[in-house]
Design a protein around this ligand. Structure first.
Ligand code: FES
Length: 141
């Protein structure tokens, strides 16, 4: 473990203790709640899109989860601002673990990707591509 990894650990702790964009939007274009089935922790993501519906304008999240899940959602919320929805759709597990900057054990991957999955599923439901009753959060790993 070098200094670089310590820095990332500090960053994760900081996002966990001081989550960015924590809260709710008043009238979001879409909102979605998803659960990590392995622990039952949930994250809610509220997303506002710009007028053409193609770019993320604002994000707020709330949730109750471990440091990895909360830090990951917090970092993601910062990254999502101004991101084309197409890019959000394409975010994969590697993008999330790269953002976190530390090795994530297979057991914790579901924690790390929870926020991303909730945002992606929310966008799909908004476009009518996913049945909101279909619970597929974090099932891909
Ligand atoms: Fe529940 Fe990590 S232990 S999200």
């Amino acid at each position: 473990m070098g200094l670089g990894s310590d820095m990332y650990r500090q960053q994760i702790l900081d996002h966990y203790k001081n989550p960015r964009n924590y809260g709710e939007l008043e009238d979001p274009d879409f909102t979605h709640v998803g659960e990590n089935p392995s622990c039952g922790d949930t994250i809610r993501m509220d997303v506002d899109l710009d007028d053409d519906g193609e770019t993320v304008e604002a994000v707020r999240f709330t949730g109750d989860g471990c440091a990895i899940s909360m830090a990951s959602a917090s970092m993601l919320s910062e990254r999502l601002h101004g991101m084309p929805v197409e890019e959000l759709d394409a975010l994969d597990t590697d993008d999330v673990t790269e953002m976190l900057g530390v090795d994530i054990s297979p057991m914790r991957v579901k924690c790390a990707v929870l926020g991303r999955q909730v945002a992606q599923d929310g966008a799909k439901i908004h476009r009518g591509e996913l049945d909101p009753d279909e619970d597929r959060t974090v099932t891909e790993e």
